[in-house]
Design a protein around this ligand. Sequence first.
Ligand SMILES: C[C@](O)(CO)[C@H](O)COP(=O)(O)OP(=O)(O)OC[C@H]1O[C@@H](n2ccc(N)nc2=O)[C@H](O)[C@@H]1O
Ligand SMILES: Nc1ncnc2c1ncn2[C@@H]1O[C@H](COP(=O)(O)OP(=O)(O)OP(=O)(O)O)[C@@H](O)[C@H]1O
Length: 298
Amino acid sequence: MSELAEAAPAKVNLFLHITGRRDDGYHELDSLAVFAGTGDVLRFAAAPELTLAVEGPEAAALSAEPDNLVLRAARLLAEAAGMRPHGALRLEKHLPVASGIGGGSADAAAALRLLNRAWGLHWPEERLRPMAARLGADVPVCLSCHAARMGGIGEVLRPAPALPMAGMVLANPRRPLSTPAVFRARTAGDFSAPAMLPAGWSGAGSMARDLAACRNDLEPPALVLCPEVETVLAALRGLPGCLLARMSGSGATCFGLFPDPAAAAAAAALLPEAWWRWGGGFTEGVRSPYSAAEPAGA
Ligand SMILES: C[C@](O)(CO)[C@H](O)COP(=O)(O)OP(=O)(O)OC[C@H]1O[C@@H](n2ccc(N)nc2=O)[C@H](O)[C@@H]1O
Ligand SMILES: Nc1ncnc2c1ncn2[C@@H]1O[C@H](COP(=O)(O)OP(=O)(O)OP(=O)(O)O)[C@@H](O)[C@H]1O
């Protein structure tokens, strides 16, 4: 079998309201997740044993990781299928690790999709979803790869409002932030109401206006742990054409919304070179991996 490849696009939370806390400590949320036209790439080649090689510009941050989410996903799928996991996997890591744009979750979801094909299972997405939920709160939305309104602890997915043509800049100050630590740093008992959004937006301007009435409730605790988030937000707001800037997920990556992908790509180039930065458009659905030429970081 020739090599198979799967894209693992970055997930961006355009807003994130924490609406409650379950008895097991997990938080209930209301969030609008979209996918960016950049991400990691996972490749499969036939081999008798399951192996994973991590390469690419952000690979070093994973060298100490004993249990890559890609291997956990592979073992879970093999167990469900009653087979021995196998194949030589190569993960091209472009997304900064522990950065609030779901890199590990996207990789785990890509592994489920890729091995579902490579191992000849061809299960429908519904059958993969419980495995995705076991791997992490962000993995179900990454499995679908479609913009979605996330509810529950992330596993309840509803269609997103129809998105307009828009551009997005992503910027990370190169400070990893641990998701559990950010949730722990929240003020206990502080909850938000779900957001009120229209069925769709005709332009990036109206989307930015409506999103401005929402928040990321993880931004204040992330700022305490990583004050550089404020510097990134200020830099994004100062870029020509920026309509809205906010932190994604548990940070520290922040996004800026722009009228179109070209404006976003041009604006991203103005950010400090020491940061991880990217500019482009949204992506919808599983697509072929990005070309090597596509910029994914500084
Ligand atoms: C912040 C978000 O990225 C928003 O999309 C997600 O909620 C986090 O998703 P994730 O990184 O896949 O999270 P998981 O790996 O499942 O959980 C990591 C830790 O984050 C906290 N966590 C996560 C999700 C959630 N809804 N409530 C939580 O309190 C828990 O302490 C959990 O132990
Ligand atoms: N393939 C992987 N890519 C990134 N992190 C991984 C991977 N496998 C395991 N991990 C571990 O998962 C942790 C979370 O990484 P990830 O990059 O998914 O965080 P994140 O971007 O904050 O995610 P989220 O937005 O879902 O909270 C890392 O600290 C890392 O040790």
